[in-house]
Design a protein around this ligand. Sequence first.
Ligand SMILES: NC(=O)c1ccc[n+]([C@@H]2O[C@H](COP(=O)([O-])OP(=O)(O)OC[C@H]3O[C@@H](n4cnc5c(N)ncnc54)[C@H](O)[C@@H]3O)[C@@H](O)[C@H]2O)c1
Length: 316
Amino acid sequence: MKKVLVTGALGQIGSELVRELAKRYGKENIISSDIRDDLYEKVRPYSTFAIADATNALEVERLIAKYRPDTVYHLAAILSASAEERPLMAWEINMNSLVNVLESSRVHGCSVFVPSSIGAFGPTTPKENTPQVTIQRPTSIYGVTKVAGELLCDYYHYRFGIDTRGVRFPGLISNDTLPGGGTTDYAVDIYYSAIKEGKYSSFLSADTRLDMMYMPDAINAMIKIMEADPSKMKNRNAYNITAMSITPEDIAASIKKFMPEFELTYHEDHMRQAIADSWPDSIDASAAKEEWGFSPEYDLDAMTKDMLDTISKKQK
Ligand SMILES: NC(=O)c1ccc[n+]([C@@H]2O[C@H](COP(=O)([O-])OP(=O)(O)OC[C@H]3O[C@@H](n4cnc5c(N)ncnc54)[C@H](O)[C@@H]3O)[C@@H](O)[C@H]2O)c1
């Protein structure tokens, strides 16, 4: 039986991951933690909740020593657009929290899942079918912390034998918790606005192509990689994963299949456009498929249908 700790558990990914982990391993085996408790009701039915600042080494150590998880999903972080507004804070949160989690996991022998991102690539990375192993010179502070995080997780594995594993997530689209300040947030907002107002103004241009994935596929991938046989994993810490490579126009076309009157317009957001332009158009996820059986279920239209159905039910 697994005992699992999730840091950053009240965020977009954590709040849905905790629910799924509880279904799988039992609520009594899940500990969720965050620096805040405003959305605590989201995880309360599925876990024991503890407030902890992941940048504080002592608080992380106390958490892990008290609950003795065998697996830690470390999700506490600052996302790309918010990171660019406060680069030093992003470095402090994204790096110090990771060091703290890795150190306590080394002491207590936990396996650790750490998400990287397509933000770990940069303008000199090949843009099409971006390989698993390639040039990584990101130009955002978020990307810098993600590359450093991938390397640090590799280091803890090779140097100390810690069972670190991870994926490079594309933009994630969900109908539950709202996104936390990323460059791909438009791909969530567009569905809420479609239901509420029948129209949306995108902050990324019509032809900005990025990888995306529906949240149920992301949650499945996170559980699958931590349950996989590690002897087959050559890349371990930063598997490219994706379900679709799409533009705002593609999402609008998909929404129009269900809501023909939907209208998409555009406005400028220089910072987020620059970040998006520095990321790949499409990444190659073949290593994840071959080494631990990654296989997303949702394509764009299946995701659009589910997003529109779920959001309209919630807003009734
Ligand atoms: N959501 C995406 O599209 C996406 C894509 C690629 C990678 N990722 C990565 O996945 C991870 C989780 O992302 P998310 O979308 O759930 O982010 P989010 O912003 O929704 O949630 C992050 C959570 O971390 C918490 N947090 C911040 N500082 C903390 C601290 N010092 N101590 C404890 N908790 C703290 C926040 O309160 C928040 O609940 C991040 O590493 C992110 O970079 C997310």
